[in-house]
Design a protein around this ligand. Sequence first.
Ligand SMILES: Nc1ncnc2c1ncn2[C@@H]1O[C@H](COP(=O)(O)OP(=O)(O)O)[C@@H](O)[C@H]1O
Ligand SMILES: [Mg+2]
Length: 250
Amino acid sequence: MLPDNCKKIIELKNVDKSFGGVHAINNLSFSVYEGEILGLIGPNGCGKSTSVNLMTGVYIHDKGEIIYYNADGGAVALKEQSVPDRAKLGMGRTFQTPKPFADLTVFENIYTIAMLYNRTLKEAYKAAEEIVKFVQLDDIAEQKCTKLPIEKRKWLDMARVLATRPRILMLDECLAGLTPSEMETSLDMVRKINKQGITVLFIEHVMSAVTKLCNRVVVMEEGHFMTEGDPLEVMKKPEVIRAYLGEDYK
Ligand SMILES: Nc1ncnc2c1ncn2[C@@H]1O[C@H](COP(=O)(O)OP(=O)(O)O)[C@@H](O)[C@H]1O
Ligand SMILES: [Mg+2]
Protein backbone atom coordinates (compact mmCIF):
# COMPACT_ATOMS: atom_id res chain seq x y z
CA MET A 1 0.00 0.00 0.00
CA LEU A 2 2.75 2.44 0.95
CA PRO A 3 5.88 2.81 -1.20
CA ASP A 4 8.92 0.86 -0.01
CA ASN A 5 11.00 3.70 1.40
CA CYS A 6 8.02 5.19 3.32
CA LYS A 7 9.55 8.64 3.61
CA LYS A 8 7.13 11.46 4.35
CA ILE A 9 7.03 14.38 1.93
CA ILE A 10 4.28 16.36 3.68
CA GLU A 11 2.76 16.08 7.11
CA LEU A 12 -0.22 17.89 8.58
CA LYS A 13 -0.35 17.83 12.39
CA ASN A 14 -3.49 18.99 14.20
CA VAL A 15 -4.19 21.71 11.65
CA ASP A 16 -7.03 24.19 12.17
CA LYS A 17 -8.43 26.86 9.86
CA SER A 18 -11.51 29.02 10.29
CA PHE A 19 -13.06 31.57 7.95
CA GLY A 20 -15.05 33.86 10.24
CA GLY A 21 -17.55 31.50 11.87
CA VAL A 22 -16.84 28.58 9.48
CA HIS A 23 -14.49 26.03 11.08
CA ALA A 24 -13.34 24.62 7.70
CA ILE A 25 -10.40 22.51 8.96
CA ASN A 26 -10.68 20.98 12.41
CA ASN A 27 -7.66 19.27 14.05
CA LEU A 28 -6.65 17.65 10.73
CA SER A 29 -3.68 15.28 10.67
CA PHE A 30 -2.40 13.09 7.83
CA SER A 31 0.83 12.44 5.91
CA VAL A 32 1.70 12.07 2.25
CA TYR A 33 4.56 9.66 1.49
CA GLU A 34 7.16 10.11 -1.22
CA GLY A 35 6.30 8.25 -4.44
CA GLU A 36 2.66 7.44 -3.69
CA ILE A 37 -0.57 8.49 -5.38
CA LEU A 38 -2.68 9.41 -2.38
CA GLY A 39 -6.38 10.03 -2.90
CA LEU A 40 -7.92 12.73 -0.69
CA ILE A 41 -11.66 12.18 -0.64
CA GLY A 42 -14.76 13.17 1.30
CA PRO A 43 -18.16 14.79 0.79
CA ASN A 44 -18.51 18.21 -0.80
CA GLY A 45 -17.47 20.99 1.55
CA CYS A 46 -15.44 18.70 3.88
CA GLY A 47 -12.27 20.78 3.39
CA LYS A 48 -10.26 19.09 0.62
CA SER A 49 -9.55 22.24 -1.40
CA THR A 50 -8.90 24.22 1.79
CA SER A 51 -6.29 21.60 2.77
CA VAL A 52 -4.53 22.07 -0.58
CA ASN A 53 -4.74 25.83 -0.16
CA LEU A 54 -3.17 25.53 3.30
CA MET A 55 -0.38 23.25 2.06
CA THR A 56 0.44 25.50 -0.91
CA GLY A 57 0.21 28.76 1.06
CA VAL A 58 -2.92 30.32 -0.41
CA TYR A 59 -4.23 30.34 3.16
CA ILE A 60 -2.24 30.18 6.39
CA HIS A 61 -3.39 27.74 9.08
CA ASP A 62 -4.50 29.10 12.48
CA LYS A 63 -3.15 26.22 14.57
CA GLY A 64 -1.07 23.06 14.20
CA GLU A 65 1.83 22.40 11.87
CA ILE A 66 2.34 21.67 8.17
CA ILE A 67 5.78 20.20 7.54
CA TYR A 68 7.48 19.63 4.19
CA TYR A 69 10.37 17.18 3.95
CA ASN A 70 13.11 17.99 1.43
CA ALA A 71 14.71 15.25 -0.68
CA ASP A 72 17.57 15.08 1.86
CA GLY A 73 15.01 14.58 4.65
CA GLY A 74 15.36 18.10 6.10
CA ALA A 75 12.08 19.38 7.57
CA VAL A 76 10.63 22.79 6.65
CA ALA A 77 7.78 24.32 8.69
CA LEU A 78 5.59 25.77 5.95
CA LYS A 79 3.79 28.45 7.96
CA GLU A 80 6.50 31.04 7.25
CA GLN A 81 6.92 30.13 3.55
CA SER A 82 5.26 32.20 0.80
CA VAL A 83 3.44 30.63 -2.17
CA PRO A 84 6.50 31.09 -4.48
CA ASP A 85 8.81 29.71 -1.76
CA ARG A 86 6.65 26.60 -1.52
CA ALA A 87 6.68 26.20 -5.32
CA LYS A 88 10.50 26.47 -5.25
CA LEU A 89 10.57 23.75 -2.59
CA GLY A 90 8.82 21.45 -5.09
CA MET A 91 5.14 21.80 -4.30
CA GLY A 92 2.90 22.07 -7.35
CA ARG A 93 -0.87 22.20 -7.70
CA THR A 94 -3.53 22.52 -10.36
CA PHE A 95 -6.77 24.43 -9.96
CA GLN A 96 -10.42 23.35 -10.14
CA THR A 97 -10.87 26.21 -12.62
CA PRO A 98 -7.66 26.63 -14.63
CA LYS A 99 -6.78 30.17 -15.70
CA PRO A 100 -3.99 30.21 -18.31
CA PHE A 101 -2.41 33.50 -19.48
CA ALA A 102 -5.10 34.11 -22.14
CA ASP A 103 -3.02 36.38 -24.39
CA LEU A 104 -0.17 33.89 -24.69
CA THR A 105 -0.02 30.75 -26.80
CA VAL A 106 -0.14 27.28 -25.28
CA PHE A 107 3.65 26.95 -25.69
CA GLU A 108 4.35 30.43 -24.28
CA ASN A 109 2.23 29.62 -21.22
CA ILE A 110 4.53 26.68 -20.44
CA TYR A 111 7.79 28.36 -21.52
CA THR A 112 7.14 31.47 -19.40
CA ILE A 113 6.90 29.33 -16.28
CA ALA A 114 9.80 27.07 -17.31
CA MET A 115 12.00 30.20 -17.53
CA LEU A 116 11.62 30.65 -13.77
CA TYR A 117 12.57 27.06 -12.97
CA ASN A 118 15.53 26.42 -15.31
CA ARG A 119 19.05 27.86 -15.30
CA THR A 120 19.14 28.96 -18.95
CA LEU A 121 16.57 29.93 -21.57
CA LYS A 122 17.78 27.06 -23.72
CA GLU A 123 17.02 24.57 -20.95
CA ALA A 124 13.64 26.21 -20.34
CA TYR A 125 12.77 25.97 -24.03
CA LYS A 126 13.74 22.31 -24.16
CA ALA A 127 11.72 21.55 -21.02
CA ALA A 128 8.66 23.38 -22.44
CA GLU A 129 8.97 21.40 -25.70
CA GLU A 130 9.03 18.11 -23.80
CA ILE A 131 6.12 19.09 -21.58
CA VAL A 132 3.86 20.32 -24.42
CA LYS A 133 4.33 16.92 -26.10
CA PHE A 134 3.76 15.05 -22.84
CA VAL A 135 0.36 16.69 -22.31
CA GLN A 136 -0.50 16.09 -25.98
CA LEU A 137 -0.97 19.77 -26.81
CA ASP A 138 1.91 20.01 -29.33
CA ASP A 139 -0.53 20.20 -32.26
CA ILE A 140 -2.03 23.41 -30.82
CA ALA A 141 1.19 24.77 -29.27
CA GLU A 142 0.99 28.02 -31.25
CA GLN A 143 -2.70 28.64 -30.48
CA LYS A 144 -3.70 31.46 -28.12
CA CYS A 145 -5.45 30.32 -24.93
CA THR A 146 -8.57 32.49 -25.20
CA LYS A 147 -10.84 29.76 -26.55
CA LEU A 148 -9.35 26.52 -25.30
CA PRO A 149 -11.94 23.85 -24.46
CA ILE A 150 -12.08 22.64 -20.86
CA GLU A 151 -10.03 19.44 -21.33
CA LYS A 152 -7.21 21.33 -23.02
CA ARG A 153 -7.27 23.98 -20.27
CA LYS A 154 -6.91 21.19 -17.71
CA TRP A 155 -3.98 19.60 -19.57
CA LEU A 156 -2.34 23.00 -20.01
CA ASP A 157 -2.74 23.60 -16.27
CA MET A 158 -0.98 20.26 -15.70
CA ALA A 159 1.76 21.34 -18.15
CA ARG A 160 2.28 24.67 -16.39
CA VAL A 161 2.73 22.99 -13.03
CA LEU A 162 5.09 20.38 -14.52
CA ALA A 163 7.20 23.31 -15.76
CA THR A 164 7.87 24.16 -12.09
CA ARG A 165 9.60 20.75 -11.67
CA PRO A 166 7.47 19.65 -8.69
CA ARG A 167 8.35 16.85 -6.25
CA ILE A 168 4.71 16.67 -5.21
CA LEU A 169 1.76 17.46 -7.42
CA MET A 170 -1.67 18.22 -5.95
CA LEU A 171 -4.51 17.72 -8.42
CA ASP A 172 -7.78 19.29 -7.26
CA GLU A 173 -10.65 17.71 -9.20
CA CYS A 174 -8.64 17.52 -12.40
CA LEU A 175 -11.29 15.28 -14.01
CA ALA A 176 -14.31 17.55 -13.44
CA GLY A 177 -16.04 18.44 -16.70
CA LEU A 178 -14.21 15.81 -18.79
CA THR A 179 -15.76 13.05 -20.92
CA PRO A 180 -14.93 9.43 -19.99
CA SER A 181 -12.28 9.17 -22.72
CA GLU A 182 -10.70 12.51 -21.72
CA MET A 183 -10.68 11.24 -18.12
CA GLU A 184 -8.74 8.17 -19.24
CA THR A 185 -6.20 10.42 -20.99
CA SER A 186 -5.81 12.46 -17.80
CA LEU A 187 -5.45 9.36 -15.62
CA ASP A 188 -2.78 8.05 -17.98
CA MET A 189 -0.89 11.33 -17.67
CA VAL A 190 -1.07 11.20 -13.88
CA ARG A 191 0.26 7.61 -13.88
CA LYS A 192 3.17 8.63 -16.13
CA ILE A 193 3.92 11.67 -13.96
CA ASN A 194 4.01 9.42 -10.90
CA LYS A 195 6.30 6.94 -12.72
CA GLN A 196 8.77 9.81 -13.17
CA GLY A 197 9.02 9.86 -9.37
CA ILE A 198 6.60 12.70 -8.64
CA THR A 199 4.35 12.16 -5.61
CA VAL A 200 0.66 12.83 -6.35
CA LEU A 201 -2.14 14.03 -4.09
CA PHE A 202 -5.30 13.29 -6.03
CA ILE A 203 -8.56 14.96 -4.99
CA GLU A 204 -11.52 13.53 -6.82
CA HIS A 205 -15.24 12.82 -6.71
CA VAL A 206 -15.21 10.09 -9.35
CA MET A 207 -14.62 7.06 -7.12
CA SER A 208 -13.86 4.66 -9.98
CA ALA A 209 -10.93 6.92 -10.91
CA VAL A 210 -9.72 7.00 -7.30
CA THR A 211 -9.79 3.21 -6.96
CA LYS A 212 -8.06 2.75 -10.32
CA LEU A 213 -5.31 5.26 -9.66
CA CYS A 214 -4.56 5.59 -5.96
CA ASN A 215 -2.33 3.40 -3.79
CA ARG A 216 -4.01 4.74 -0.67
CA VAL A 217 -6.79 7.13 0.32
CA VAL A 218 -7.40 9.52 3.19
CA VAL A 219 -11.06 10.28 3.90
CA MET A 220 -12.09 13.63 5.37
CA GLU A 221 -15.35 14.57 7.01
CA GLU A 222 -16.37 18.04 8.22
CA GLY A 223 -12.81 19.35 8.22
CA HIS A 224 -11.15 16.45 9.99
CA PHE A 225 -9.53 13.09 9.28
CA MET A 226 -12.00 10.21 9.23
CA THR A 227 -10.06 7.15 8.05
CA GLU A 228 -7.36 6.00 5.64
CA GLY A 229 -6.26 2.84 3.84
CA ASP A 230 -6.58 0.79 0.67
CA PRO A 231 -9.13 2.50 -1.64
CA LEU A 232 -11.43 -0.50 -2.14
CA GLU A 233 -11.32 -1.43 1.55
CA VAL A 234 -12.02 2.13 2.68
CA MET A 235 -15.03 2.49 0.36
CA LYS A 236 -16.64 -0.52 2.08
CA LYS A 237 -16.45 1.01 5.57
CA PRO A 238 -19.91 1.86 6.95
CA GLU A 239 -18.76 5.28 8.24
CA VAL A 240 -17.48 6.21 4.75
CA ILE A 241 -20.69 5.04 3.06
CA ARG A 242 -22.69 7.00 5.67
CA ALA A 243 -20.65 10.17 5.11
CA TYR A 244 -21.26 10.00 1.36
CA LEU A 245 -24.84 8.74 1.27
CA GLY A 246 -26.35 10.02 4.53
CA GLU A 247 -27.59 8.47 7.77
CA ASP A 248 -30.56 6.72 6.12
CA TYR A 249 -28.42 4.61 3.83
CA LYS A 250 -28.82 0.89 4.50
N1 LIG B 1 -12.31 31.59 1.48
C1 LIG B 1 -13.31 31.04 2.18
N2 LIG B 1 -14.14 31.81 2.92
C2 LIG B 1 -15.14 31.27 3.65
N3 LIG B 1 -15.40 29.95 3.71
C3 LIG B 1 -14.61 29.13 2.99
C4 LIG B 1 -13.52 29.62 2.18
N4 LIG B 1 -12.91 28.56 1.59
C5 LIG B 1 -13.58 27.47 2.00
N5 LIG B 1 -14.58 27.80 2.84
C6 LIG B 1 -15.53 26.87 3.50
O1 LIG B 1 -14.77 25.82 4.04
C7 LIG B 1 -15.46 24.59 3.91
C8 LIG B 1 -14.59 23.60 3.13
O2 LIG B 1 -14.57 23.99 1.76
P1 LIG B 1 -13.67 23.28 0.66
O3 LIG B 1 -12.31 23.12 1.19
O4 LIG B 1 -13.83 24.05 -0.59
O5 LIG B 1 -14.37 21.86 0.54
P2 LIG B 1 -14.17 20.70 -0.55
O6 LIG B 1 -13.03 21.07 -1.44
O7 LIG B 1 -13.94 19.46 0.25
O8 LIG B 1 -15.49 20.62 -1.29
C9 LIG B 1 -16.78 24.91 3.25
O9 LIG B 1 -17.75 25.08 4.26
C10 LIG B 1 -16.50 26.21 2.53
O10 LIG B 1 -17.67 26.95 2.37
MG1 LIG C 1 -12.98 21.44 -3.57
